[in-house]
Design a protein around this ligand. Sequence first.
Ligand code: ADP
Ligand code: ASP
Ligand code: MG
Length: 457
Amino acid sequence: MIVMKFGGTSVEDAKAIDRVAAIVQGRQSQQPVVVVSAMAKVTDTLLTMAKAAGNGERKTALKLCRSLQERHYNCASELLGTARFTEFHSELGSDFENLDELLRGISAVGEITPRTTDNVAAYGEMLSSKIVAAAFEARGLKGIHVDSRDVLVTDNAYMQAVPQYEETNLRLKERVEPLLSAGQVPVMGGFIGSNRSGITTTIGRGGSDFSAAIFGAGLGAERIEIWTDVDGILTTDPRVCPDARRIKVISFDEAAELAYFGAKVLHPATVLPAIQKNIPVYVLNSRNPGCEGTRITTRAPHSKNIFKAIAAKKRITIVDVAAPRMLLAHGFLKSIFEAFDRHQVAVDVVSTSEVSVSLTVDSNQAIPALAADLAKLADVKYEGRKAIVCLVGENLRETPGIAALVFRELADKKIRMISQGASEINLTFVIEEDEVPEVIQRLHRTFFAELDAEVFA
Ligand code: ADP
Ligand code: ASP
Ligand code: MG
């Protein structure tokens, strides 16, 4: 069997879902399990709606909900035709009634918790998966909707829930395998699950890729396909650098570094369950299904190019913690990291000197409170509007003099916190956020002007 995951843009409207049906039809003999994201932008809208309700802005929330309802109805009616849609209409209708009720409840209380946030956010994937399953049926594909919340079991960490593999795998065996054996095409929402008490959870933004990998690993898939709106993993973000080229083969490790440092094309955790089971992952384009995409494998073939790709992660804040008083004090780093942990702020890049530590974090609201806490230990400064740039490639391990090549290109730029990641396959540094396009374009010109045809398309 195979897992085919379609992202938000691949199910954004009736035309897109039509393309998905045709792609899945072509793979029917391979026993596909289909995983879908919410329609493009829907999760964002749901979160805005939940927030509005939490602020007591009931009308705003309900108005957003109406526009979402209209979009889903329009899409379903275009896909299903009148007779089928009439049947399906009442099912969608009761989902939207429940969502309305939820929003009214939230705005009456005037507070939104992570648990209720997940309850609202889950509607995106619940709705899209039902519509896609119905569309498959209408096209003669044996699509059957499976509620992922009955399959993906997680812990209680709402909005960032951690999958419980043993229980999830058991449910996959019980609820999904029999459908495959019966020749049906299960259609499941990504991103959503539920905890052991059956309460809805989500596994983090962009998490549908992760769901696909969890299902693929649990079912022992021959292959996991991540269908998106570009030809595969490219040498850099095509929106920043239109010259970006397709990478034909990339290693799991390289893909993980790229995802972690901002290449939005793949969720960072996706590759983990797949690596452990040695399942190849492909990134493919639902608008250009004939293109062979990118294959992610355990070992990448040798490439003549030093780097495989460049990624950038924006909205970064640098936190500098300087503590002359604590010079070499035992336990200083520990107490710093404990403060980050208390405020649940994740750290990406760290660099230390004898008397100070610099750390990068995603810019977020918790930073002022964190800084106030850290100020009890040391002198603290923080500065936003930064970006992490990351160059990735297995060749970094063996090639001397790479840093010199990179920084010669950026001699006129202010570079901070240079680090060669512990994995030895990335070179990472921090720049001003507004310099990202120029820096990426320059590096891309330098390192990707000539491409090894074995690895790049
Ligand atoms: P989906 O909705 O399918 O999950 P995403 O929006 O999450 O799609 O990811 C696809 C987008 O990632 C592309 O449209 C592209 O703009 C962006 N992207 C960023 N870096 C890269 C890269 N190195 N290669 C390909 N796409 C990238
Ligand atoms: N719909 C979710 C999000 O936008 C999950 C996903 O698309 O992967 O974050
Ligand atoms: Mg995505």
